[in-house]
Design a protein around this ligand. Sequence first.
Ligand SMILES: Nc1ncnc2c1ncn2[C@@H]1O[C@H](COP(=O)(O)OP(=O)(O)OP(=O)(O)O)[C@@H](O)[C@H]1O
Ligand SMILES: [Mg+2]
Length: 320
Amino acid sequence: MNSNSEQLSPLAPLQAALAQHLVGHESLIERLTIALLTGGHCLIEGPPGIAKTRAVNTFSRLVALDFARVQATPDLLPADLTGSDLYRQETGQFEFLSGPLFNQVILVDEINRAPPKVQSALLEAMGEQQVTTGNTTRELNKPFMVAATQNPIEHEGTYPLPEAQLDRFMFHVELALPNSEHERDILNYVLDNDQIDSLQPVIDAAGILDAMQRVKSVHLSPAVRDYIVRLTTATRGEGSSGEYAKDIAHPSSPRGSIHLAESARAKAWLLGRDHVQPADVSDLACDVLSGRISLNYRARAEGKTPRDVLTAIVDNTPVV
Ligand SMILES: Nc1ncnc2c1ncn2[C@@H]1O[C@H](COP(=O)(O)OP(=O)(O)OP(=O)(O)O)[C@@H](O)[C@H]1O
Ligand SMILES: [Mg+2]
């Protein structure tokens, strides 16, 4: 423990306010906060009506960052995200009209309804924090975070995200329907206490950038790094838990290890620690890696999900 341990993190008010307005979504709240702190992006998946859009809208109101919402539809064009050059008759010049990607928090709602060309326009922005149109590349603002939502991918009229796109998300968070206790709380909240329209920001860009710097100095020991490597390479069949990779068609990329390490640092910092513990890593592993692996036909026919296989890997990978 360090001297920080007694203090609340500057992100605590954000997490507390989110928890007040999102019933039972503690894990999602933590993942969104971690993504913000690490320059990561978050894909939120789940059935309709469980507050996916609401979560990102609430988040955007509580951080004093520029926010844009893109409703993905099959007729969306890449320029609808990036912006485009417009000819101005008055000046006889082209002028760049920036698109929603030039904001800081971007909600891409129902991302899997966007056609592949639009999804790939997001790749550069998410991976490199820049946008290229024509011959010009423009830097995006910092902090920059994409939070995308999608309904489960079997739905009609959707374009499943390609692996390269999924790999750019730090987290793939899957939300489930609430239990009866949460259902009652949601009802009470929406009917009696819905204050989303009057929410005020609890942290600004300078506060977030400062916190991002601090997160980078959280210690990640060689032993914890090795643990991260064991988890990722198990998806490729290596090590004692590599046997579970028999179900995996496409394993995790190195970006999986990097995102796991970065997110574990932020989690440790949010908990007031100056070093990462293996439990930080194992807690995040499924949400970091599940979007990056796909299962082979046989495993899918048996009804297994990437999360099932990753849970087995996490449960069977030695921590030291
Ligand atoms: N856990 C929850 N906490 C607070 N409100 C909730 C919760 N679950 C559902 N709601 C309420 O349900 C409504 C639907 O939420 P929202 O539109 O965000 O769902 P969604 O998951 O984005 O659905 P869709 O996939 O259809 O777009 C909102 O009024 C929201 O306040
Ligand atoms: Mg929605």
